[in-house]
Design a protein around this ligand. Structure first.
Ligand SMILES: Cc1ncc(COP(=O)(O)O)c(C=O)c1O
Length: 369
């Protein structure tokens, strides 16, 4: 018998609230449409073909993926406009990139890697669109935004490379996750957009054609999209939101669409309970870029409960007020970082209220190659 309500699901289960998901999808689509900015959502957050199709139906121009193997899942499902927003380094990866059908784009921050891409891209295909990755403050990959000459030299290098086409500039302001408050998040978003548009203008003044300025993260989306000259936005986790986004003040808890449905298995003392979802469900990721003080999970229906620790199959819940729930109690927990939870799951149960209405397989789960 297929499960009809949440209470028919085996725990732990990863659950998506369809109405909240739709609200999140529609809001981002409307935001981009209002500003005339192309939406190219990042699928690393959901890894689900049906969800990607919905994003495209709502106006997304194509998809971003983190890895070539992840992009391949969506290409095989018929998506014909894919950006691998990650450095594609190594012959095996370049070959795999070449195996993707449809329009394909990627990024570089290095001249030798550009040469390898150029050498590996088949002359029988249309040229590979290549962005120059710019670092606006995260300090991960990318040419630092203030090094105008280096960006120009690399962009010219791409332009001159056989079988490649310079697609524009691309950044991800992940350091917004380190911001202290909503004003700090907004400042990072404004700086992300402004510094990239300013860089594009400087390059144009030097005679370079810069077709696109691609920015995006969920926390910075609202500020960056409003900067004139930004042409493309690539948010990922906005589809679900999570405790990180709530802690940053990006959305209220009512906009979190993904929860772990779990059951209490023990209450060793009145203020502490143990549930059946541990690090094999939640991962240990509380946000890669430093959102401070976010617990592994929070319980929207029991705000005094915090998921404060994880072992593989056990979650440690602490009640800051009153008693922790007794064994047998079910709980919905909003994870700190939804993308990491999805990657560990095999399926997402889709619900409206308590009713199970669908089940999506996580088509690109584990596609980290
Ligand atoms: C290159 C790139 N673009 C876009 C995103 C999406 O950002 P977010 O998960 O904040 O929505 C990420 C996230 O890691 C990324 O690395």
């Amino acid at each position: 018998m297929p499960p009809r309500t949440l209470f028919d699901l085996e725990t732990p289960a990863v659950v998506v609230d369809l109405d909240r998901l739709e609200e999140n999808l529609a809001e981002m689509a409307a935001l981009c449409a209002r500003h005339g900015v192309r939406l190219r959502p990042h699928v690393k957050s959901h890894k689900c073909v049906p969800l990607a199709r919905r994003q495209l139906e709502l106006g997304a121009v194509g998809l971003s993926a983190a890895k070539v193997s992840e992009a391949a899942v969506f290409a095989a499902a018929g998506v014909d406009d894919l950006l691998v927003a990650y450095p594609v380094v190594g012959r095996d990866k370049i070959d795999a990139l070449g195996g993707l059908s449809g329009a394909v784009a990627t990024l570089v921050d290095d001249a030798a890697a550009t040469d390898a891409l150029s050498a590996g891209w088949s002359s029988s295909r249309r040229p590979l669109d290549v962005f120059v990755k710019v670092d606006v403050g995260l300090g991960r990959v990318g040419v630092p935004v203030e090094r105008v000459e280096s960006v120009l030299a690399l962009a010219r290098h791409v332009e001159r490379s056989p079988r490649l086409r310079f697609a524009g500039l691309l950044t991800h302001a992940g350091h917004a996750y380190r911001a202290a408050d909503p004003a700090g998040v907004e400042a990072v978003g404004v700086a992300e957009g402004c510094s990239m548009v300013d860089l594009a203008e400087r390059l144009r003044a030097r005679g370079l054609e810069v077709p696109a300025v691609s920015v995006g993260s969920t926390p910075t989306a609202r500020a960056a999209v409003a900067v004139p000259g930004v042409t493309e936005l690539r948010p990922g986790v906005y589809v679900f939101n999570d405790a990180q986004q709530v802690a940053l003040g990006v959305v209220p808890m009512t906009r979190c669409a993904l929860t772990v449905w779990t059951r209490v298995v023990s209450r060793p003392d009145p203020g502490r309970a143990i549930c059946d979802a541990g690090s094999k469900t939640f991962s240990s990721d509380r946000g890669a870029h430093g959102t401070d003080g976010v617990p592994h999970g929070v319980a929207p229906d029991a705000p005094s409960l915090r998921l404060v620790g994880l072992s593989e199959e056990h979650g440690w819940l602490r009640a800051t007020e009153g008693e922790a729930p007794a064994p047998g109690a079910h709980l919905r927990l909003v994870p700190a970082h939804a993308c990491a939870v999805v990657n560990l799951a095999r399926r997402l149960w889709v619900v409206q209220g308590e009713r199970v209405v669908d089940c999506w397989s996580v088509d690109a789960a584990g596609c980290v190659q």
